[in-house]
Write a protein that binds this ligand. Structure first.
Ligand SMILES: [Zn+2]
Ligand SMILES: [Zn+2]
Length: 339
């Protein structure tokens, strides 16, 4: 089969490799679609550690080609997606309802071979059936949607709350729709790119702001008449992360969803946090949210079709990465491993 194999940091080859051999509790999936995520870009750029050599790509859907001897719940031809963040099930965190902190969390597409290939092998415990009305391309959004659901759970949005979302990339635009479903009253989205701001309005935002043109703190206060109950930073930029703390009202919650540079540091005013009882939460991957993500996609409650701006084949990875980094209008890029 053909696969994109990263042999070391920032170096890959598109090459013929053997189709993975499955064990008795694995399934072999023929990949239909695999989304490009920031993590893939970081591995491509050589800034993210991975278990080389490795086939990257973790947001995928496909059709089962073969099942191991012990498999009862899946058969050849089943349409499926996966939760790539597999866990051990044995450590303290797995046993206490916090599997995203599993000491052995080994990601498909980072530590184990993932979906930028014609086939991928996955342990049965990570595989999920797709409802009939859910198409494979839409289903490839299951993982980013499940991560976003975890963020929304942590944000504790109640009906009538106002929400500010910083960044209208794929995640910001999904979080926006989940905030709407959660009963948010006013939702404000900020992004420097016009196309993204327009899409935010189409997908349910009440106001979209260009942070390069206006003072967003002032605009938001004018629009909401106050600060927001919830602010979700979906960029991972130290300056917007600090800004997020100034946009939330006393007693409110700030979620830092965007992935920051591991070396980055920010300056915050501890007295301000103390005096205003600001709750700041990080948000890491997708504990127990995969089934909910599949349901929301199947019912069309979250529109991801609008987010797809580009599709590429395996031999076009460099082009896809160029688009990811240089094309400001791009939102979600999908890889289609078929020949
Ligand atoms: Zn991802
Ligand atoms: Zn564990």
């Amino acid at each position: 089969m053909r696969a994109i194999v990263f042999e070391e940091r920032g170096k890959y080859k598109l090459k013929e490799v053997p189709i993975p051999r499955i064990k008795e509790d694995d399934v072999l999936i023929r990949v239909d679609t695999c989304g490009i995520c920031g993590t893939d870009v970081h591995i491509y750029e050589g800034t993210f550690p991975a278990n080389f050599p490795v086939i990257i790509g973790h947001e995928f859907s496909g059709i089962i080609e073969e099942v191991g001897k012990k498999i009862k719940n899946f058969k050849k031809g089943d349409r499926v997606t996966v939760n790539p963040n597999t866990v051990c099930g044995k450590c303290k965190y797995c046993r206490n309802g916090k599997e995203n902190f599993c000491v052995a969390i080994p990601g498909l597409g980072v530590n184990y071979d993932g979906g930028f290939a014609e086939y991928v092998k996955v342990n049965e415990s990570s595989v999920y059936h797709l409802p009939e009305k859910l198409d494979l391309e839409t289903a490839s959004f299951t993982e980013p949607l499940s991560c976003s659901l975890h963020g929304i759970d942590l944000a504790e949005i109640k009906p009538g709350h106002s929400v500010v979302i910083l960044g209208a990339g794929p995640i910001g635009l999904i979080i926006l729709q989940l905030a709407r479903i959660s009963g948010a009253d006013k939702i404000v989205v900020t992004d420097p790119v016009k196309r993204r701001r327009e899409l935010a309005l189409k997908l349910g935002a009440n106001l979209s702001l260009d942070p390069t043109k206006v003072k967003i703190e002032k605009e938001i206060k004018t629009f909401l008449k106050e600060k927001a109950e919830v602010v979700i930073e979906c960029i991972g930029n130290p300056s917007t992360q600090v800004e997020s703390l100034n946009l939330v009202e006393p007693g409110g919650r700030v979620i830092w969803f965007g992935v920051a540079d591991p070396q980055a540091e920010v300056k915050v005013n501890p007295f301000y946090i103390y005096r205003n009882e600001i709750t700041l939460k990080g948000c890491f991957v997708n504990p127990y949210t995969t089934e909910r993500a599949i349901k929301l996609l199947a019912e069309g409650r979250v529109n991801v079709k609008e987010l797809i701006t580009h599709k590429f084949k395996l031999n076009e990875l460099d082009e896809a990465m160029q688009v990811y980094r240089k094309n400001k209008e791009r939102i979600k890029i999908l890889m289609k491993p078929e020949k």
